[in-house]
Design a protein around this ligand. Sequence first.
Ligand code: BGC
Length: 744
Amino acid sequence: MNNLLKLTITAAALMFSLTAFAQQSEEERVEALLQQMTLQEKIGQLNQLSVGGFDPNAAGMMRAGMVGSILNECNPKVLNRYQKAAVEESRLGIPLIISRDVIHGFKTMFPIPLGLAATFDPELVEQGARVAAVEATASGIRWTFSPMLDIARDPRWGRIAEGSGEDTYLDAQMGVAMVKGYQGESIDNTSMAACVKHFVAYGAAEGGRDYNSTGVSERTLRNVYLPPFEACVKAGAMTLMTSFNDNDGIPSTGNGFLVNDVLRGEWGFDGFVVSDWASIYEMVNHGFAEDNKRAGELAFNAGVDMDMMSYSYISHMEELINEGKVSMETLDNAVRNILRIKVRLGLFENPYIDESKVESTFYSAEALEAARKSAVESAVLLTNNGVLPLNKSKVKTVLVTGPMADAPHDQLGTWTFDGDPAHTVTPLKAIRDLYGKDVKVIYEPGLTFTREFNENGIAKAVKAAKKADVILAFMGEEAIMSGEAHCLTDITLKGDQRKMIEALHATGKPVVVNIMAGRPLELDFEIAHSDAILYSFHPGTMGGPAITQLIFGDETPSGKTPITFPKNVGQIPIYYNHNMTGRPYNGTETMLYDIPLRAGQTSLGNTSYWLDTTFEPEFPFGYGLTYTTFEYSEPSIEMTEYGAGDVIHACVTLKNTGKSEATEVVQLYVRDMVGSVTRPVKELKGFQRVTVAPGESVTVRFELPVQDLAFYGIDMVKKVEPGKFRLWIAGDSASGKPVEFEVK
Ligand code: BGC
């Protein structure tokens, strides 16, 4: 047989088997493969490898079927070469699943997830995740390690930037939106598998110090930390990542209760579970396993299918099987979980990337517009004495100053591997481009980076301020100050930024402080020394136009705080949905400096508060101003008694009492007055973005199924407990008057 004929026959056979393979169901395909696999090939699927550039040794491992997934490489040419080693040069041709941390955009960077949460706009967040998937899959990335669902109540923790803040309901909404956006409505070449992480309670790290232990009870896990994961699993999230922390003494990567029992048993998850980076090995550091082999045994038997960079499974699994410490059945199930997702994603049919189309998918006009819109909706107007929006006919000259005015890298925020700062539109550029015709722009940065101490720089900015009608000060945190392992004990603006704000304010010119940061910061000082504060969590590529258009009134603020802003670090953890204490603060307490000297044993009220700071935070959860004012009627519900199967129809009249059209995030909260265990003082159960013209009123309606009031009570069973409830509909978590109802 000549070579050409041989090739034609082989190609035809391949086509035939692929077609036959494609006609089988997902499970049949998985089984068919599994039957052909050797022990080593099965173990190979469990192994995830980090690669940088083309490494012939790594490619050799792929040919030998020793790698199931890779991370950290995103050069399409290199990825195609690796994929070829797996698909065409290995015995069974099982494709790699190629992964990367695409956290808030791939090339076009969106606001960091905490900023996305501030939009309270799941549809827009889904659209952003779709943009990220289209850009990343064009480069060959078919699996992202996002969304991060860690509830975080401690702004010292650097990774607060990566999640949706403190609230379970908001977190679930945002997580589901991202899962849908990444994976797409139906699976095609632009579908990127989501990975919900970090399972679980990682955000509760003691002291806000990354990787630290957590001590969250099963009930709080079930009521607060787990529901966003469950919601995303129900929405079809294909993979899940365990966390680094030990909770109540058990490292999550070795916690079979969480993975085997809750995730798979209770929720029916059929995707695969990956460890966090070296988190299997780190169980040795935790003192939970004596060596990497034992760590692998614990993780695998707990349900962790894939090993990210501990080399534990690839080095020790064969021995563990031979010694009977891991069963063949457990191994087969893990391999099934991984193959199932590879089949589901269509990797067998389309393992390669079209290298000629990669570049043209980046930074499209639609992507940039979605990023701009997201940055607009994510900015929160915290204070405003009327200086904003700037009046273009009155303001002739603006001073643009501050270390974040022109910081193309830093405004992108943490986890920006691929977003190119050359594409970033900074506030300085945007003001010049969009408003340079209307106003004279003076630029004098004062400080060149946020941690800088520079009195000369400040003096120059102050001098320049004298020539301006308004000062636009862009302050905040460099990207490096939040994110993984980037925690702080002091959450005030760093370097000389406060000094600079004080000096600018002393000029008597109006000062608008624009903050771009990775966390909520302490703002007492800034509030006292400015005329308005517009707060953005690092806003991404299009942050400049978004913030500038808000400043000049071509856009209207609508973002709300997705997390409580503490007055000072000593209040942490402070979050709106805390349980009621037996001695609640009642507002009549005596503060430290009001206590008379030598007061002796004066009773100070004996309630739950601090002597030296207010009970209230600086800004509550759900808070944000806009350029108009809204008036809420008292909420109404159609009945006062409901059964467990009913739906509560609640509504409120929202009136725009100001002079401009604006969008309000209308929020519905409830409180279960008496439970078999103590319940939060309020819990968010719904929200809607509603746009109202000036002078107009609209009726905003919510449907709240009584089943949404269910929780895990004393018997650890999820159910609605009969009794009295309160319901609020308001513009933030601290306002509004409630109505009462009863569940019979
Ligand atoms: C992080 C994960 C991330 C992984 C891969 C780890 O250090 O905790 O969130 O997905 O690295 O980059």
